[in-house]
Design a protein around this ligand. Structure first.
Ligand code: SF4
Length: 75
């Protein structure tokens, strides 16, 4: 089982919270994005990943802590 994670890289203000709280899934590269291992789509404005269900808590914690609500979790 995987969950879909979408980062709105235009909204992201590169605060560093997501990669700090969940480095297994996020990396800061000018803006936040999903790490290569889980990436299914990456553009300047969007990063989409399919992430193992085991990392759900980590991802949801990062999403809830994002000050601009740039991380969406589905599935
Ligand atoms: S918490 Fe939000 S604003 Fe901060 S780096 Fe992550 S996506 Fe960007």
């Amino acid at each position: 089982m995987t969950i879909k994670v979408t980062v709105d890289r235009e909204a992201c203000i590169a605060c560093g919270v997501a990669p700090t709280l969940c480095s297994e899934v996020f990396v800061l590269e000018e803006k936040n994005r999903v790490v290569d291992e889980y990436t299914v789509e990456l553009t300047e404005s969007l990063s989409v990943g399919e992430v193992p269900d085991e990392l759900r808590e980590c991802v949801e914690n990062a999403a809830a802590s994002c000050p601009v609500e740039a991380i969406k979790v589905e599935g």
